[in-house]
Design a protein around this ligand. Structure first.
Ligand code: SF4
Length: 371
């Protein structure tokens, strides 16, 4: 069990982060924000995949003025991502966004900060300070560079926080992202030891779908395993739906959240007598729409499979022309024909879903099995 740090509770639209609330999954759209139909359609796809907070870039006033229309058509909190231009923040807040990501230190000066803070206070929305390893202040490098980049990142966040605290604004979320995993972990750890503001965790510009997911899993996973982090975003060069899927896998692996099927599959060995890899893929695909937190195993032999996957709610161990279905390590049925392995197994999974009270999932699985 991971003991989570106690951070300040921050409200983002109808969700809360910090103070032990569930770690929320967020993502960012890739569309031109002012293209409302395209942006809304991508957000609805993200919602379906399990995205709980969505961020859109606001590069100009045209984009800012469309945020109200976007918000009216989606169901999760909307965050405006703004760089340098405080007027874009003011318009985004007017349009009803649920959070702004802006660094107060680079929006022009004290009057601009006061204006943004006043608007956020009136609408009761938080600000995320986004520190990025690639764009740290020169003066902080000069002063703290000798202690390493992680220290400079924390000092940068501290500087931004002080600007907001001076205005008596405390609804703050912080991120300290970098593409160097070790330094990013260090930065989050050091920050969590100094502040109780909730943390948005991510490894930025992580890479392509495969390598970036691994890098994110190691980086985000390491930070979360220390009890640090209140919301996560996976930044990989892939469809944002993939980012959301990867984020959920990280949370599921660490037992921090549960959603959908966790597949357990053996790596195969000399004992394997079926197309285990193909079968595991088919099972995963067939169960991809199931929302219930179920552990499902697909194993390559009857001798060791049930024991090796004894924590699975249900599993299949395939042998030559015969497969065993097992629950929590105990064999409960035998399937005699190889072509029946998949359909019979899916039927059994459906029964488990019904037993556990997941009627909608069972119905969904029934529809998939009929195709
Ligand atoms: Fe090999 Fe059986 Fe273990 Fe799979 S479950 S790796 S087939 S021993």
């Amino acid at each position: 069990m991971i003991t989570r740090g106690q951070t300040r509770i921050i409200k983002i639209g109808n969700r809360k982060i910090g103070g032990g609330h569930p770690i929320l999954v967020q993502s960012m759209t890739q569309t031109r924000t002012h293209d409302v139909p395209a942006t809304v359609s991508q957000i609805l796809e993200l919602e379906k995949a399990g995205c709980e907070i969505v961020r859109v870039t606001v590069p100009d006033m045209k984009a800012a003025k469309t945020l109200g229309k976007i918000k009216a058509q989606i169901h999760i909190p909307l965050v405006a991502d703004i760089h340098f231009q405080y007027l874009l923040a003011l318009e985004s807040i007017k349009q009803g966004v649920d959070k702004v990501r802006i660094n107060p230190g680079n929006i022009g000066g004290a009057n601009q900060v006061k204006a943004v803070v006043k608007a956020c206070k009136e609408k009761q929305i938080p600000i995320r300070i986004g520190v990025n390893m690639g764009s740290l202040e020169k003066d902080l490098w000069a002063q703290y560079g000798k202690y390493g980049v992680a220290r400079v990142m924390v000092e940068s966040a501290t500087k931004q926080i002080k600007i907001l605290e001076k205005e008596k604004f405390y609804e703050i979320v912080v991120s300290l992202k970098g593409s160097d995993v070790n330094q990013t972990i260090k930065a989050y750890e050091a920050f969590a030891g100094r502040f109780a503001y909730p943390l948005h965790v991510g490894i930025t510009e992580a890479g392509t779908a495969w390598s970036g997911s691994l890098k994110s899993a190691v980086g985000i996973g390491s930070i979360l395993s220390k009890g640090i982090g209140d919301t996560i975003r996976v930044s990989i060069a892939a469809n944002p739906v993939e980012q959301v899927r990867t984020a959920w896998e990280i949370l599921k692996v660490l037992d921090l959240r549960q959603k959908g099927i966790s597949i357990i599959a053996c790596p195969t060995c000399g004992r394997t007598q079926i197309d285990l890899i193909g079968l595991a893929k088919k099972v995963e695909r067939a169960l991809s729409q199931v929302q219930a937190p179920l552990k499902v195993a697909v194993m390559g032999c009857v001798v060791n499979g049930p024991g090796e996957a004894r924590f699975a709610d249900i599993g299949l161990s395939g042998g030559k022309k015969q497969a065993a279905i097992f629950k929590k390590g105990k064999v409960v049925a035998i399937i005699e024909e190889e072509k029946k392995f998949l359909p019979v197994f899916l039927q059994e999974v459906r029964k488990v879903l019904l037993e556990k009270g997941y009627q909608e999932d069972a119905q969904r699985l029934h529809q998939v099995s009929q195709k």
